[in-house]
Design a protein around this ligand. Sequence first.
Ligand code: 6GU
Length: 246
Amino acid sequence: MQVHIVTIFPEMFPAPLGAGIVGRAQEAGLAAVHVHDLRGFTHDRRRTTDGSPFGGGPGMVMRPEPLFEAVESLKLPEGAPIVALTPQGAPFRQADAERLAAEEVVTLLCGRYEGVDERVMAELATERLSIGDYVLSGGELAAMVVVDAILRLLPGALGHAPHGEAIADDSFTSGLLQYPQYTRPAEYRGMSVPDVLLSGDHAAVERWRRNEALRRTLERRPELLAQATLSDEDRKELRKLGWRDA
Ligand code: 6GU
């Protein structure tokens, strides 16, 4: 997979994308992330990427020309997604990470200043994504979040055996929050690990984990249950916990 990131702050990227699973995915050749300095696509001596808003008002707006020229220079394949990171975008979800992980080339445009010329948003970007309901000073941190979420899904990125399993247990992949995890020591400062996890009874462990995922989702993110795939046993368990099916 090839990922292109267009930004006026290319120096922000190497560290977060170089470590851990995302760094390893690149070293293993599963993906290459190319960071492009938007200022390289300006033509004035000051390398201007912004302008004041037509119609007046506060702040500055990113000009369209460098963004259009930067994207054109990438020679993207027909139909490759061009994602603008903006608080006006659709909420970025695990399903978006899965969809983008299946692409061969993904381009991310990082907005800065108080906005981006609407011709970029409407005619150059093929979609707009936001990482949450708060305002960041630019799309760069959001792009890092999106790249991390995508690259860890690439087959082989999680390193350890069966790729599908670790992914399937992730929070959100199943539509539920992940079950609680424990490791050594079995007892620490009087806090013990649930007996079932030490029992060796694989079916009982699976049942316990599913029920804990349901309990945790009901307590912390009940709105997710409306979209989750639930079995009859799941529903029964949830009702025991006080869930009122919609
Ligand atoms: Cl994608 N960009 C900015 N500037 N702020 C955000 C965001 C993106 N997602 C949440 N807040």
